[in-house]
Write a protein that binds this ligand. Structure first.
Ligand code: ADP
Ligand code: MG
Length: 695
């Protein structure tokens, strides 16, 4: 298959997108599909048949032999099972076939995917159903069909189903508000998302030599190199040729798949980079981010590199996150978080803003829980990523607007305009709100919020489900009130003022890395859930369960299953790390340092016999031997504690966090000290300066 040379032809060339559908479907079927995605109507089987046939023809022309229902189980990565298009025909031949039924529904044997106990009581089978709102695409000569994944009795077993439910719900509630402001045209409000993805690139051969990187995605040992990121010389620095060629290749692969890869640059840490796409609807953004992560790894292999998506591959240098830029937009092209130029537009903007502020304040623990997992614990609150406390950054100007509304005072816009905050006048709000605050977990950036707590490896689904649902709840409350209002203007102003007053505590414009903020946040009554073990139980808080059940996003069973899966995942991740550590200590580290100490002793012995000074050999061997024994003890304790993990998932998570993590920390400290004493020739694997400054 030849690759088109020009970007406009290349872009989306492997996607069964709107344009392709328009040329390949009958006008009636195209219209039905269009209506299905814009208004949420369903498609009948005859239309599905026609779409399936067109899809197959297109795919076969491009060399495909197989199709797969592509889904997003609770593992956080994607899954696929491939079927070929062949169907037996007369004369021992085959024809290529693909029916509407095969497009619409699949039945992978799914008993090994995490279900949090959901399927135990029903049956092990899982079903997949076509998601017509996300385009099918071709990868590796296979037609990929984005699908939902659910159990026999209809419970969601994936990350897509609840995301679609939450997108529908936030649209419904937002439209109620828009109607109150006289908007009769909007048919659909879409949650839009632009996820910025950070990653590390390291050399493949060096990677292969580190068991911890191979099994855990992060280094479990490693003394701080003489040079880290202190000089900040890597941030936005010139991109090295090897990396540049990787990035070019990655862009091309992503463009073919219709992923709007836009920006690339070096990040703060050495070997760290970032890719930012142009935003799209939350569902497509989520699918595309999964594809992006997969492609980042795959393309790296071609360049003899390894792409690390772990949140903290190396201690002591910045980890990787994912910034989730989120907003709401109408099908008529309006961004609901963009301040307007008329008082009425501004009133609407302020109402959406107030709803967001109220929602984030009320459900801060849940939002924190959506970014809680083992990898992210190394970042949040560690002075390189937002603190574990959730707050909203508004920027000086918008903050001044908020304060004047709360205080009923005048809002002055840098002396240019003075506006009375009265009953019928709202301030004109500066359109260009470009303040930046890199330390805020949730920053308003002019026309969207940037949720900055996500980890680089995680699916963006969970946090966006939460944002959409929380927003739905607040908009519903507002709509319930305002639809009944006798005096809409008066009620609206009172509502905005009251909401901002009650939830002002969640707004913080200062330095989130400052310890003083943590103390201040405590005074304000904000929660500070510093670890996954502290944060995950929020999934089961009555308030949160009620929220999701009420809006039809999760059933009680579904949300409980998710809590279970996340807790188990935490324990499993840390257990694997602990076991890897034990393995590396026994099989690599102890033998290596023992060898070196023995060698030093032998050297000291021979020097002594010749009456030569041997202070260095003797003292170093002594220090190494003492640390070696300490490491052995620490390792034995870790092994013993590993054998005693409690069986209930919440208890296991807490135990893992408190006991295993502290055992691991101790063993690492000893090892890292040993590294500084040991001859590099003896050290059993590449060290930080090799890994970080090689590519
Ligand atoms: P910044 O300079 O604030 O980082 P960018 O324009 O580079 O701004 O945007 C960062 C990310 O936010 C990009 O992925 C971009 O596509 C995304 N973004 C921009 N507008 C929106 C929006 N309305 N909804 C969601 N994401 C958006
Ligand atoms: Mg950003």
């Amino acid at each position: 298959m030849s690759t088109p040379k020009h970007l406009p032809e290349l872009f989306g060339s492997m996607v069964f997108n709107e344009d392709t559908m328009k040329t390949r479907l009958s006008p009636a079927s195209y219209k039905a599909w269009k209506k299905c995605i814009s208004e949420g109507t369903s498609l009948n089987l005859s239309i599905a048949n026609e779409i399936a046939e067109a899809m197959k023809q297109w795919a076969v022309e491009k060399g495909c032999t197989h199709f797969t229902h592509w889904f997003q189980p609770m593992t956080g990565v994607t899954a696929e099972k491939h079927d070929s298009f062949i169907s037996p025909a007369a004369g021992g031949k085959v024809i290529m076939e693909f029916s509407g039924k095969e497009l619409v529904r699949g039945e992978p044997d799914a008993s090994s995917f995490p279900s949090g106990g959901l399927r135990a009581t029903f049956e092990a089978r899982g079903y997949t159903a076509w998601d017509p709102t996300s385009f099918a695409f071709i990868k590796d000569d296979t037609l990929y069909i984005p699908t939902l994944f659910f159990s026999y009795s209809g419970e969601a077993l994936d990350k897509k189903t609840p995301l679609l439910r939450s997108m529908d719900e936030v649209s419904r509630q937002a439209i109620r508000i828009l109607r109150l402001f006289g908007d009769t045209e909007t048919k659909r409000v879409t949650a839009s998302v632009g996820p910025e993805q950070e990653y590390f690139l390291i050399d493949k051969d060096l990677y292969a030599e580190r068991e911890d990187l191979r099994l855990c995605g992060r280094t479990l040992f490693g003394a701080k190199p003489p040079k880290g990121q202190e000089l900040e010389d890597h941030y936005f620095g010139a991109i090295r040729p090897r990396v540049a060629s990787y990035m070019k290749d990655l862009d091309e692969e992503l463009w073919k798949l219709g992923v709007l890869s836009k920006t690339k640059h070096n990040e703060v840490a050495p070997s760290q980079h970032e890719m930012a796409p142009i935003f799209s609807d939350a569902n497509t953004a989520c699918d595309h981010n999964q594809l992006t992560m997969e492609m980042m790894k795959k393309v790296a292999e071609r360049h003899d590199l390894v792409c690390l998506l772990h949140e903290k591959p190396f201690a002591g240098v910045n980890g990787s996150g994912k910034h989730d830029n989120w907003s709401l937009g109408t099908d008529t092209g309006k961004n609901l978080f963009k301040p307007g130029s008329t008082p009425s537009q501004n009133a609407q903007f302020l109402l959406f803003l107030a709803a967001f502020i109220k929602g984030v304040d009320e459900y801060q623990e849940f939002l924190r829980a959506t970014v809680a997992f083992a990898g992210n614990d190394h970042r949040l609150g560690a002075q390189e990523a937002p603190p574990a406390v959730i707050s909203i950054f508004l920027g000086d100007e918008l903050n001044a607007v908020m304060e004047s509304i709360i205080n009923g005072t005048q809002y002055t816009d840098a002396g240019k305009r003075t506006l009375e905050i009265g009953v019928d006048v709202l301030p004109a709000i500066p359109q260009d709100n470009t303040d930046r605050n890199r330390t805020s977990p949730m920053a308003f950036t002019g026309n969207k919020f940037e949720f900055r707590m996500l980890g680089s490896s995680q699916s963006i689904s969970g946090p966006n489900i939460a944002l959409n649902t929380i927003m739905s709840e607040e908009l519903e409350q507002f709509a319930d009130k305002l639809e009944k209002a006798k005096d809409f203007q008066a009620e609206l102003q009172a509502l905005v003022r009251q909401t901002l007053t009650e939830h002002q505590r969640i707004v913080f414009n200062g330095n989130g890395y400052d310890d003083a903020w943590i103390a201040e946040a405590k005074k304000r009554g904000l929660s500070n859930l510093t670890s996954t073990a502290d944060a995950l139980p929020a999934y089961l808080d009555e308030k949160n369960v009620k929220l999701f059940v009420k809006h039809g996003i999760y059933t009680k069973g579904e949300i409980e299953a998710r809590a279970e899966i996340h807790m188990e995942n935490y324990t499993t991740t840390i257990s694997i790390e602990a076991n890897t550590m034990v393995d590396m200590i026994h099989h690599q580290l102890l033998p290596a340092v023992s060898d070196y100490a023995a060698d030093l002793c032998a050297r000291a012995e021979s020097k002594k016999s010749m009456d030569v000074a041997c202070k260095y050999e003797v003292s170093t061997a002594g220090r190494i031997a003492a640390l070696t024994d300490t490491l052995l003890e620490q390792c034995e304790k870790l092994e013993k504690d590993l054998a005693e993990i409690p069986s209930s998932s919440e208890k296991a998570m807490k135990y893992t966090h408190e006991i295993l993590m502290s055992d691991m920390k101790a063993a690492r400290a000893t090892t890292d000290e040993l590294e500084t004493l040991t001859d590099k020739e003896y050290w059993p694997f590449p060290v930080y300066s090799d890994l970080l400054f090689y590519v």
